[in-house]
Design a protein around this ligand. Structure first.
Ligand code: ADP
Ligand code: TRP
Length: 316
């Protein structure tokens, strides 16, 4: 029996952080044996944010090295880049024709951008349709993501249902996998950790950088437990162990932060070393990405053929 399919992706918009890892990437690695996995770099999504050729190239290479360093094994996982598979944007157009504007206006990302009075480009408005295409082309059963992506996976599911209703059964309905304890990891300022808030602890940070980030964690002034420190510490140690440490050092914020620094360093040091190994041969890493794209293309192309047949543009 063939394995069920898993698909997920990350935008190459900046340095990945520990919440990207615990919220999403860790699941990619843990589930790689159980599922036939497709993990991609969402570079066309990133184009909404990055308008600089060198930066885009660097970011794509960085996410690729990050994927490899956290243990995604290209023998088991198809690692590819969105822009290598033109079917993603092709299917987006077809979805656009069955989707209404009021429906897209309900998307959180769009509403947030509007609330901030930002000038919103069509790419941002249409983001959920590109993401629906990313997902549905590969018939995945599951999409592991953090809480903030839940709505986007719902958009994909709704879009699949709508297409199936109009043109006949074509797409499987995907389901998000969100880990309860790591769905919404706070950053150093207590808000959701996010590249765009500048409140992250980078996943491959050097010791000094870890120190700086942790020392900068905003601590509340009441109670012996600094909540923001504890919430991050929970990622690296069991609550049982933490209880002891936080009781012993109750109120001693500096010492608690020092304990956290050591735990993060213990976790990151081997990842950093692995990444440095991959960095030594970037052409080899890029060859993995290219080969992954060739594999993914076969699947996406077949699905697109089916779609074209269903909508009636296949006349030959
Ligand atoms: P960012 O908000 O830093 O730009 P992305 O949107 O690129 O992060 O997210 C990549 C993946 O990491 C997504 O699956 C997302 O849900 C997950 N993720 C991002 N931030 C967090 C967080 N603070 N807690 C849990 N998961 C997160
Ligand atoms: N929107 C996701 C994010 O911001 C990235 C993404 C794009 C994605 N397409 C996807 C995630 C398809 C899962 C499946 O993190």
């Amino acid at each position: 029996m063939s394995k069920k399919v898993l698909l997920s992706g990350i935008k190459p918009t900046g340095k990945l952080h520990i919440a990207n890892y615990f919220g999403a990437m860790k699941q990619f690695v843990n589930l790689a044996n159980e599922y036939e996995s497709y993990i991609f770099i969402a570079d066309y999504h990133a184009l909404n944010f990055i308008k600089n050729k060198e930066e885009m190239k660097q970011n794509i290479t960085d996410v690729l090295l990050d994927y490899l360093a956290v243990g995604l094994d290209p023998e088991k996982v198809t690692i590819f880049k969105q822009s290598d598979i033109s079917e993603h944007t092709e299917l987006t157009w077809i979805f656009d024709t069955i989707t209404t504007m009021p429906y897209l206006e309900l998307a959180h990302a769009y509403k947030d951008a509007r609330a901030k009075n930002k000038e919103i480009n069509v790419g941002t408005f249409n983001y959920p349709m590109l993401m629906a295409a990313d997902i549905l082309l590969y018939n995945p059963e599951v999409v592991p993501v953090g809480q903030d992506q839940k709505q986007h996976v719902e958009y994909a599911r709704d879009t699949a249902q709508k297409f199936n209703r109009i043109f006949g059964e074509t797409f499987k309905l995907p389901k998000e996998i969100i880990m309860e304890n790591t769905a919404n990891i706070p950053g150093t300022d207590g808000r959701k950790m996010s590249k765009s808030y500048g409140n992250t602890i980078p996943l491959f940070a050097e010791y000094e950088e870890i120190k700086k980030c942790v020392m900068g964690i905003v601590t509340d002034s009441s109670g012996g437990i600094p909540q923001n420190v504890y919430a991050i510490h929970k990622l690296f140690r069991s609550e049982e162990e933490l209880k002891k440490i936080y009781e012993e050092k109750s109120g001693k914020y500096k010492e608690l932060k020092e304990a956290l620094i050591e735990d993060i360093e213990k976790f990151i040091a081997p990842l950093r070393a692995k990444r440095k190994e991959f960095e030594k041969d970037i052409p080899k890493a890029l060859a993995i990405l290219k080969a992954g794209g060739e594999k993914a293309k076969i699947v996406a192309k077949a699905k697109m053929e089916e779609v074209k047949e269903k909508i009636g543009v296949n006349v030959y």
